[in-house]
Design a protein around this ligand. Structure first.
Ligand SMILES: [Zn+2]
Length: 159
């Protein structure tokens, strides 16, 4: 069995800024509203597989960390990230140099800030959150990260 939550309808959303280094269009700093939709597979225990509110709480906490931030992939080999003075940070790609306030940035432990890599980030953090909630009946999760309405990336994560 599974439960599903649509991120647009259930308001599992955040807005953030990013850029994809060297991409002809997405190489410029720009923003999106993202929605996170999930499917949770597992055995029903009593009334539920898992309470919708538990899942939404976990996803919302991840969204809150990213909301209204500039997303930077710490492991992006195309970026030189210099944590300078504790207040601002310098980020250099092949053609550009950004200096941004540190407090505006959310560093992600990913190789890029594509919808695909954000999806893997959400899936692994949702899996951690589900385990921490004590759910032992979940077998698999599916996560989809929509980058605006009508396009997104999805992945599966085995628990
Ligand atoms: Zn984009």
């Amino acid at each position: 069995m599974f439960i599903e939550i649509d991120g647009w309808m259930a308001k599992l959303r955040f807005s953030a800024c990013h850029f994809i280094p060297n991409h002809p269009k997405c190489g410029c700093l720009h923003g999106h509203t993202y929605a996170i939709s999930v499917r949770i597979e597992g055995e029903q225990k009593g009334e539920f597989i898992i309470d919708f509110e538990t899942v939404k709480g976990i996803v919302n906490r991840i969204c809150d960390r990213l909301d209204h931030k500039v997303l930077i992939a710490e492991k992006d080999p195309r970026l030189l990230i210099q944590k300078s003075d504790g207040v601002s940070i310098e980020i250099i790609d092949s053609k550009k140099r950004y200096v941004l306030p540190l407090e505006d940035i959310m560093f992600l432990p990913t190789n890029s800030v594509s919808a695909e890599d954000l999806c893997k980030y959400f899936a692994s953090n949702l899996a951690k959150g589900l385990k921490a909630s004590g759910a032992d009946n979940i077998t698999k999760i599916h996560v989809r990260v929509d980058e605006g309405i009508g396009q997104g990336a999805g992945c599966e994560y085995q628990l």
